[in-house]
Design a protein around this ligand. Structure first.
Ligand SMILES: Nc1ncnc2c1ncn2[C@@H]1O[C@H](COP(=O)(O)OP(=O)(O)OP(=O)(O)O)[C@@H](O)[C@H]1O
Ligand SMILES: [Mg+2]
Length: 410
């Protein structure tokens, strides 16, 4: 039975067959009662992609993100060493990937699989260490940021200030008089020294005092994310959304510049055959992505994410955006998406957003495909721009513990 490989064009399919793929589920054939599972569905990891993973609340987006991470870990060493995976965890649900899921033994059995945990590396903000410990979260390291790593644009966007409103003007003035390695106290003192309305000075100082309680500032200890085969979980679940965006922006900028540098060396080594330590190609998995890259406003992460979307192919960066509302995602993300995995979705505006990307070659209506999906969790349609095909799929069950299940009131 020939497997279906998503995200691979004909030439690569001929060259690589099924090598370098993630086994994410099985092809669903038929409609309604007649639906049955057939061919394995595999996802290409040899090339960089932009993947939009969507579906209504509770339909399986975060669960499917976990499948991708599990599968990257299970790749043969020679491929895995060239990849790494970074999960931006907005709900604090991925640290449980360390534990096997014994609850779904029967389901796993039907797929010929066994429960198992995966050695993910979980990182939490340094100033929230105690909160995470008290909550019993098994984390592996902490991270922190030097205030001076933030530029004026970062501060403006994290406080949601415009440069032409009074507080923005005051911040610009205070910021221009800072030493290079400044602390938050340096900023508040500089604000105090400005000739400006006292009320506004106090208001802006309060913003910075509040920033100390975010728990992210310290001696700049960024986790090493670009390590061969490493799966990192960045737990930002206790961090306000604007600060999450800032953290994602700082990490993404670092990843982008490291991979651009590495790509140059890789190209040289292809010419000169030198041995070099590889900087793996990252898969960045962003849950609730519409909050980081919304269509109607800018966050601290908007600019760098747009850069990664547009220029990330050459340095080999894959982005996976999980969102309930594709319509609310920035158009750049949708326009560059080459693979859509859509669980059940009912809002017309969201289905239209998907339709608008892939309509050129679609023989059938996406809405019809979505309607045909049986009422079980983990089913989805996949739109593959590489092969210009559409499939119905049942994602495979997770081997590791998924912490995102809905609570039951009884
Ligand atoms: N492939 C699957 N196989 C079996 N069960 C699944 C599958 N996908 C999802 N589920 C079930 O659905 C539940 C909800 O999935 P998940 O947490 O991924 O939802 P979500 O789409 O991320 O929702 P939200 O938008 O609220 O974050 C899971 O806890 C799991 O029980
Ligand atoms: Mg989710």
């Amino acid at each position: 039975m020939p497997e279906i490989v998503i995200g691979r064009d004909e030439e690569d399919s001929r060259k690589y067959g099924t090598e370098g793929t993630l086994s994410i589920g099985k092809h669903l054939v038929g409609t309604g009662e007649e639906t049955h599972l057939t061919t394995p569905v595999l996802l290409d990891v040899l090339r960089p992609h932009v993947i939009t993973l969507t579906g209504k609340r509770g339909e399986g987006k975060s669960y499917s993100m976990g499948i991708i991470a599990e599968e990257i870990f299970k790749l043969p060493e020679k491929i895995k060493k060239n990849l790494c995976c970074i999960i931006i965890d907005t709900q604090g649900i991925f640290w449980t990937m360390k534990s096997p899921d014994e609850r779904e033994l029967a389901l796993l059995n039907t797929w010929g699989m066994k429960p198992r945990g995966f050695p993910v590396d979980v990182f939490v903000p340094e100033g929230q260490e105690r909160l995470f410990s008290q909550a019993g979260v098994d984390f592996d390291g902490v991270f922190s940021v030097l205030p001076s790593e933030l530029g004026i644009e970062d501060w403006l966007s994290v406080f949601e200030l415009k440069p032409n409103e009074p507080l923005g003007v005051l911040l610009l003035k205070a910021f221009s008089k800072l030493p290079e390695a400044y602390s938050i106290d340096d900023i508040t003192s500089s604000i105090a020294r400005q000739e400006f309305n006292q009320t506004e000075k106090l208001a802006l100082q309060n913003f910075f005092e509040a920033a100390k309680s975010w728990g992210i500032f310290g001696e700049s200890k960024m986790p090493k994310l670009l390590e061969p085969g490493k799966i990192s979980v960045i737990d930002v679940s206790l961090t306000p959304q604007n600060v999450r965006a800032l953290l994602l922006a700082l990490m993404s900028k670092h990843i982008f510049s490291e991979r651009v540098k590495a790509r140059r060396l890789e190209e040289l080594s292809e010419i000169e055959i030198t041995t070099l330590k590889r900087t793996p190609m990252p898969w960045i998995l962003i849950d609730e992505a519409h909050n980081f890259l919304p269509d109607d406003s800018a966050t601290a992460a908007t600019e760098i994410l747009s850069t990664l979307i547009k220029e990330g192919r050459q340095p080999g960066i894959t982005l996976v955006f999980a969102t309930q509302r594709p319509e609310k995602l920035h158009p750049d993300a949708l326009a560059q998406t080459d693979i859509i995995i859509s669980h059940r979705l009912t809002s017309k505006a969201d289905v239209d957003a998907l339709r608008s990307i892939m309509q050129t070659y679609m023989l059938f209506d996406i809405g019809r495909y979505l309607n045909e999906l049986p009422k079980v969790k983990g089913v989805a349609i996949i739109l593959d721009d590489n092969s210009e095909r559409i499939y119905k799929i049942r994602m495979r069950p997770r081997q590791s513990w998924h912490a995102g299940a809905s609570p039951v009131a009884i």
